[in-house]
Design a binder for this molecule. Structure first.
Ligand code: HEM
Length: 494
């Protein structure tokens, strides 16, 4: 009875406690089982096979060591043979799903910020700041992306940019000619990478913030070099460290750009946008503050300093190694030059874009050169891709375009530089097998500009000079570039 009564007195709370405990255990077990099932593949969406590598460093060192080798894709290729085109790994301090599957990558690129956000190494995140278009998500990113994309596609901007770049190229190449001697009979060595950097930077800065060559441009260039030196650096922000110096340089650049914004505001009258600042200042949104605009202008300068000049330099390298392609490119450009000079016209941006073979050369350079090897995103929730692949919340997904661009099942003889292959392919259809400019929500807004700038440079080079290229090697890490800057010995054409 006592037992009963005691039991009776306490039996209700005790049974509730027991039930709660059992429920908690069961629900925990179910959750665990669900995760296990997901990991083991007994639900439809599952984590792919692969290895997380060593504690903390994961497989980062293996990735870096492959990245420094002549075949950076070997890291992915090895695992692809073991686990398939999509596998799990651990890179840059984060568990990651690596995709060399064009369809999976396409699905990730199409997803919005409710599933994935951009992810970069810490030093890069630190330098770009939260308001950078490269990091922003949601409506504000779509707005800046839309405004910049429309501006860079506008015929007016392209016409202005073409005129500016032609002037700048003529100035630089005129200098080479003078150095060759008055009779033009000599030859000089130029480094294509450095020359292209200087020309492209000034051209794009003009389009972005309306700055003309001069003292302020020089100042901006110096600060920008300090800034980008920290993009891939040790993430320590102490005085004296590279990251600290880069942050200071960014602040000095932002101050200059904010001064330009202020002057534009004081000058008042606004008719049509001349540069990107005009576009962003006059879009009627309070969200686009002066600080956000100036920070983003600096981020837009990154491809001007790096990607476009590397595209130009790689094209010169591949052409130097493929005389047949160089000959055809030269013929096409000479023909255009003759046609235009016969009627006394200067070249327009549409003329450059109509050079079919030149465009094939640029496309093939983008495919084989892989200036951006791949891009990273972080999952903000558990995401199922194509109903089969699970990318858990907090994991990175690394879309490795390079493996797709060099896949023998997609491209015949994939390591051969073969611009003619593009006669048969329609890249404008937006194939998921050709993504040098990314895709989906964050498709590069500078696609047309990159092609136009490369076309202008190549046209003036091949129609004004012949050259002999020195040996040089492509370095793929941390960014793609030519080890010696691609020295070529140029001789003026008569
Ligand atoms: C050969 C030259 C270029 C290559 C290979 C390239 C490649 C790329 C790639 C792969 C992305 C996608 C990044 C991602 O999804 O996270 C991207 C984004 C971007 N690119 Fe380019 N790019 C080039 C030239 C340019 C130029 C000339 C500009 C500026 C005028 C530019 C501005 C941008 C911006 C602002 C974004 C970020 C877009 C966003 O997140 O909404 N790029 N680029």
């Amino acid at each position: 009875m006592e037992v009963l009564s005691r039991g009776g007195a306490n039996s209700w709370p005790a049974s509730v406690a027991a039930a709660v405990l059992v429920a908690a255990v069961v629900s925990g077990a179910l959750r665990w089982a669900k995760k296990r099932r997901a990991a083991n593949g007994t639900t439809r969406a599952r984590l792919p096979g692969g290895s997380l590598g060593w504690p903390i460093v994961g497989e980062t060192l293996a990735f870096i060591s492959a990245a420094y080798s002549p075949r950076p894709e070997s890291f992915v290729e090895k695992r692809r043979l073991l686990y398939g085109k999509v596998f799990k790994s651990h890179l840059w301090g984060s568990p990651a799903v690596v995709s060399s599957d064009a369809e999976v990558s396409r699905a990730v690129l199409q997803a919005d910020a409710s599933s994935f956000v951009p992810w970069y190494p810490r030093s890069l995140m630190e330098l770009m700041g939260e308001s950078s278009i490269l990091v922003l998500g949601g409506g504000l990113q779509r707005r800046v992306h839309g405004l910049s994309g429309a501006f860079f596609k506008s015929p007016k901007l392209k016409a202005r940019l073409t005129a500016g770049m032609q002037r700048r190229v003529a100035e630089a190449m005129g200098g080479w000619r003078r150095r060759c001697g008055d009779d033009g009979g000599g030859a000089v060595v130029v480094r294509v990478q450095d020359e292209a950097k200087s020309i492209v930077f000034e051209t794009l800065v003009r389009a972005l913030i309306g700055l003309e060559p001069g003292q302020e441009m020089q100042f901006l260039k110096q600060q920008f070099h300090e800034f980008i030196a920290g993009l891939i650096s040790i993430p320590i922000k102490l005085p004296g460290s590279q990251l600290y110096r880069s942050i200071k340089a960014k602040k000095r650049m932002a101050k200059l750009i904010q001064k330009i914004i202020q002057e534009k505001r004081e000058n008042g009258v606004y008719e049509a946008p001349h540069d990107m600042i005009d576009v962003l200042m006059n879009n009627g949104s309070d969200q686009l503050t002066d600080e956000l605009i100036s920070d983003n202008m600096i981020d837009f300068m990154i491809p001007a300093e790096d990607s476009v000049p590397v595209l130009i330099t790689l094209a010169v390298k591949y052409l130097s190694e493929c005389p047949l392609a160089l000959e055809q490119l030269e013929e096409e450009n000479m023909e255009l030059k003759r046609r235009k000079s016969d009627v006394g016209e200067t070249l327009q941006w549409t003329d450059y874009m109509s050079l079919t073979f030149t465009q094939h050369v640029i496309t093939e350079t983008l495919r084989i050169g892989n200036i951006i090897n791949g891009i990273m995103r972080k999952a903000v929730k558990d995401v199922e891709v194509k109903g089969q692949l699970l990318i858990p919340k907090g994991w990175c997904v690394f879309l490795y375009f390079r493996s797709v661009h060099l896949d023998g099942h997609v491209y015949d003889d994939p390591y051969a530089f073969n611009p003619w292959r593009w006669k048969e392919r329609d890249i404008m259809a937006g194939s998921s097998y050709f993504t040098p400019f990314g895709g989906g929500q964050r498709l590069c807004p500078g696609v047309d500009l990159a092609r136009l700038e490369a076309s202008i440079f190549l046209h003036h080079l091949v129609t004004s000079f012949s050259w002999v290229a020195d040996e040089d090697t492509v370095v793929n890490f941390p960014t793609v570039r030519l080890k010696r800057g691609m020295p070529i010995k140029v001789t003026p054409k008569t």
